[in-house]
Design a protein around this ligand. Structure first.
Ligand code: 13P
Length: 257
């Protein structure tokens, strides 16, 4: 059985004091959660990582960065390495988010380099894939997903694959209030798992967690989680509010498959 994983991507929201307040609130609300069956990860902006790590130090809630650069160190103004994320207290890192692909020239090739650097540093990569509206309307969803997955995973072996979390985030559902239907999500999640099976075999494919992301809310999490290949969520907007994110986590933790 795959362990549910719910992550909050705070994007470019929350200053340090707001981040402390939000993480403290979540720690309080999730105090009784069964962390054996549900993994929870907060991904604040870089500037708040160290403070949120401090808040989470005596809890089972994990911490992640929203991006990283693949080099270990060097003259790369504005960038942050995997080691720096670890040093700030992270165990996870989001890689290849569609906003990075759309606004900051992230490519499948850079995603691949970042995944390798993250794994080398023992960070768990949360690798984002997903089609935009035009691609969906032109029936290219599976082609885009296949490209994203295959190219992101070039030279990643089966052992490394077991450490990776995949997030399916249809771009047209991000921040739009338009969630994919549970059936649409399941269809793509299954496609991803079948592809991983071809690449890595049944055992690895069955073990990889695939999160859904795109307008996840307390109101729709149960129907998404009810689908067999949906193993969690990557939450944007609703992760910025204590009540909403705690409700998403608690509801997910109650789904038994
Ligand atoms: P929303 O939940 O705000 O649609 O954002 C999803 C997302 O991009 C998470 O990474």
């Amino acid at each position: 059985m795959r362990k549910t994983i719910i992550a909050g991507n705070w994007k470019m929201y929350k200053n340090i004091s707001e981040a402390i307040e939000l993480s403290n609130g979540l720690k309080r609300e999730l105090f009784k959660l069964d962390f054996e069956s549900t993994e929870v990860v907060l991904c604040p902006p870089f500037t708040a990582l160290a403070e949120v790590a401090e808040v989470l130090s005596e809890s089972d809630i994990g911490l992640g960065g929203q991006d990283m650069y693949w080099a270990e160190e060097g003259a790369f103004t504005g960038e942050i390495s995997a080691n720096m994320l670890k040093d700030a207290g992270c165990q996870y890192v989001i890689i290849g988010h569609s906003e990075r692909r759309q606004f900051f020239a992230e490519s499948n090739e850079t995603v691949n380099k970042k995944i390798k650097a993250a794994i080398k540093c023992e960070l768990t990569p949360i690798v984002c894939v997903g089609e935009n509206l035009q691609e969906r309307e032109q029936n290219k969803t599976f082609n885009v997903i296949e490209d994203h997955i295959k190219q992101a995973l070039v030279d990643i072996d089966a052992q490394q694959m077991q450490k990776i979390v995949v997030a399916y985030e249809p771009v047209w559902a991000i921040g739009t209030g338009k969630t994919a239907t549970p059936e649409q999500a399941q269809e793509v999640h299954k496609y991803i798992r079948d592809l991983l099976k071809k690449m890595y075999g049944e055992d690895v494919a069955q073990g990889v967690r695939i999160q859904y992301g795109g307008s996840v809310k307390p109101e729709n999490i149960l129907e998404l989680m009810a689908k067999p290949d949906v193993d969690g969520a990557l939450v944007g907007g609703a992760s910025l509010k204590i009540d909403a994110f705690a409700a998403i986590v608690i509801k997910s933790s109650e789904v038994r498959k």
